[in-house]
Design a protein. Structure first.
Length: 126
């Protein structure tokens, strides 16, 4: 996520967010929770400096869940999509999930298959 996107999500200027990141200015307590949700980390990780690699693991877990959703849905529908179709659908589900989180910072951070079930079923229909 770019600095511009994060600043827009927080409702502040890019310069203000940059000052927060470089510790030139402080961060309000309510913004810390929003930042943690935005970057999909625990609040304590922000204070402990454990952000390196953390978003990558969250992304891998989310992608894993998207793959399982697509494959399990195909199995229950008794369809056999091509590998390219599966790959494209996994990417679309992943993007939808990221957009869901960005649009609603209060949303549950864990992957929600129910949010994408109908989308996947529609895409897999012959």
């Amino acid at each position: 996520m770019s600095l511009d996107e994060a600043a827009r999500h927080l409702g502040i200027s890019t310069a203000s967010l940059s000052r927060m990141e470089t510790a030139v200015s402080g961060v309000a307590a309510d913004r810390i929770e929003v930042l943690a949700r935005l970057y999909q980390v625990k609040i304590q990780d922000i204070f402990e400096g454990q952000l390196t690699g953390m978003p990558g693991m969250v992304d891998q877990d989310r992608m894993h869940e998207a793959v399982l959703l697509v494959l399990e849905t195909a199995r229950t529908m008794r369809v056999k999509p091509s590998p390219a179709k599966v790959a494209d659908l996994v990417v679309q589900v992943y993007r939808r999930e990221v957009e869901r989180l960005l649009a609603d910072p209060g949303a549950a951070v864990s992957f929600s298959p129910a949010q994408h079930d109908e989308f996947v079923r529609t895409a897999l229909r012959p």
